[in-house]
Design a protein around this ligand. Structure first.
Ligand code: ATP
Ligand code: MG
Length: 468
């Protein structure tokens, strides 16, 4: 019997219908009727606001336009967009920031998409530089190390391909072909992430039913889910991340495609997979997202050591229930202090499997290192993390006694206190002995994604890993 009242048991397929929404989103129905790759996705003409003429030739097809006024858009982003448009280019806010503003959430960062080529953008902003070799985009630097990312519209290179029956041929290896605004919207992953905001007209431009999906709070791919997941399997993790983080439902066709395509994650670039796992954990809804990953079988592909432990539902004090409580605690802690350090996140994610591996072992350090070794190959887990996890696990018992001794002066101490605290909470044991360490030890924080300190330009550009 699973720990009643803590997490629901894995739902049967029939019950799944109650947690996910109806069969297809309106946007997808429209797309299915009209065919995705032809880009003939014009919504019905009555949806247009006839009074508003587009200021630019945004290319065919015309988007649905929605009047929306957002407050609190970063002033520097506004400057960037306005300078681009004053010079005759199209420029919009795009992606996660538009979605988050619509949902009343604070965007993590603001991205700009434009018709201007990278060199043209660079020439317009003295304080800018082109980054990336294959996919070139421009970083515009502002005071305090703020960076606004400006990307030229691109299109999905696979839209040019002849139809193929071989699913492996769908994998996108080069995502760097310039395109129009509508093509740039269509190459994006989910309808809610493909909304463009026109600052001057105060309108959202929607080519693929994103507004309706945001209103209905559903995650839906742009076009056929299986094709989009095979093109880039990382999108599977992104679907789970957004569903978990935003509390959105996953439509059944997308859900089924996740289950069907999950093995394709083995084809994705491993550092991207592990970075996306970290993002799932940082988002404040780790338990819900890991539950979805487990339920869909994605966890079987990525972390079989964890998913098999979770299958063994056991008692309320058993490893599976404890691991869910660890994740629950992780979310509460993230809400209190912001995203935790990556070494802490990895350790918490694997805490119970590691404990199981260490049972009865005299040399816990070696056991932990051996246990983590397969993750180096599977997820490109770096040696630095392995070493940190090993050290955290080694000193946890000392911390739990309240007498860490010389370990209190090591660089891993704060991280180990975080993990030891989570462990006590998950075991329903008192935490008062650790409170004094916490008063001193600030939890290690993750670095923000975009607003990072500007590197010295004379040392050459810093290459930031970029999801396509
Ligand atoms: P977050 O709030 O986590 O940053 P986000 O939607 O902004 O969410 P990013 O990883 O910052 O996600 O990506 C920015 C945008 O780029 C997305 O909103 C989406 O439009 C597009 N994008 C990112 N990854 C992919 C992908 N794998 N395939 C297609 N489009 C993608
Ligand atoms: Mg983002």
């Amino acid at each position: 019997m699973f720990c009643a009242g803590y997490l629901p048991p894995r739902p049967s397929p029939a019950r799944r219908e109650t947690i996910i929404d109806e069969r297809l989103s309106p946007g997808t129905r429209r797309m299915e009727a009209m065919g995705r790759t032809t880009l003939s996705l014009n919504p019905a003409s009555h949806l247009y606001d006839a009074d508003i003429e587009p200021r630019y030739t945004v290319g065919f097809p015309a988007p649905t336009r929605h009047d929306v006024t957002f407050e609190h858009i970063d002033m520097d982003v506004q400057k960037v967009v306005r300078r681009l448009t004053r010079h005759g280019h199209e420029a919009y806010l795009v992606g996660g920031c538009v979605r988050d503003l619509l949902l009343g959430r604070q965007p993590k960062d603001f991205d700009v998409a434009t018709s201007a080529r990278p060199e043209e953008v660079r020439d317009l902003f003295r304080n800018s530089r082109i980054i990336g070799r294959r996919f070139r985009l421009v970083h515009v630097l502002f005071q305090g190390g703020k960076i606004i990312e400006v990307a030229t519209f691109r299109r999905n290179p696979k839209d040019d391909r002849d139809d193929t029956d071989d699913p492996s041929e769908l994998l996108i290896r080069n995502d760097n072909v310039f395109g129009s605004a509508s093509e740039d919207a269509m190459r994006r992953d989910f309808t809610m992430n493909a909304l463009f905001y026109d600052l001057e007209a105060r309108q959202i431009l929607d080519w693929c039913g994103g507004m309706e999906d945001v209103e209905r709070r559903v995650v839906h791919t742009i076009g056929d889910p299986e094709t989009r997941f095979r093109e880039d399997p990382i999108r599977i993790l992104r679907a789970l991340k957004f569903a978990g983080r935003l509390g959105f439902a996953i439509t059944p066709d997308v859900y089924d495609a996740i289950v069907f395509c999950r093995e394709a994650l083995a084809l994705a670039a491993r550092p991207r997979v592990s970075e996306e796992i970290m993002r799932l954990l940082r988002g404040g809804q780790a338990r819900r997202t890991i539950y979805l990953a487990w339920e869909t079988g994605v966890l079987d592909v990525l972390l079989p050591e964890l998913s098999s432990l979770l299958y063994d539902e056991g008692t309320e004090d058993g490893p599976s229930a404890r691991q869910w409580r660890v994740l629950d605690y992780l979310d509460r802690r993230t809400a209190e202090v912001g995203p935790l350090d990556d070494s802490v996140l990895w350790t918490l994610l694997l805490l119970e499997p590691i404990r199981e591996a260490c049972e009865g072992a005299r040399d816990r350090s070696t056991v932990v290192a051996d246990f983590l070794e397969p993750l180096v190959e599977r997820l490109a887990l770096s040696r630095r993390y392995i070493d940190n996890i090993r050290r955290i696990v080694a000193i946890m018992p000392r911390i739990a006694t309240g007498r860490p001794g010389r370990f209190a002066r090591t660089d891993i101490f704060d991280a180990a206190v975080e993990v030891a605290f989570a462990d006590l909470v998950a075991n329903r044991e008192p935490t008062d002995l650790l409170l004094k360490f916490r008063a001193v030890a600030q939890p290690p924080r993750a670095t923000p994604r975009v607003y990072e300190p500007a590197p010295n330009p004379r040392r050459g550009p810093a290459h930031r890993r970029r999801t396509p």
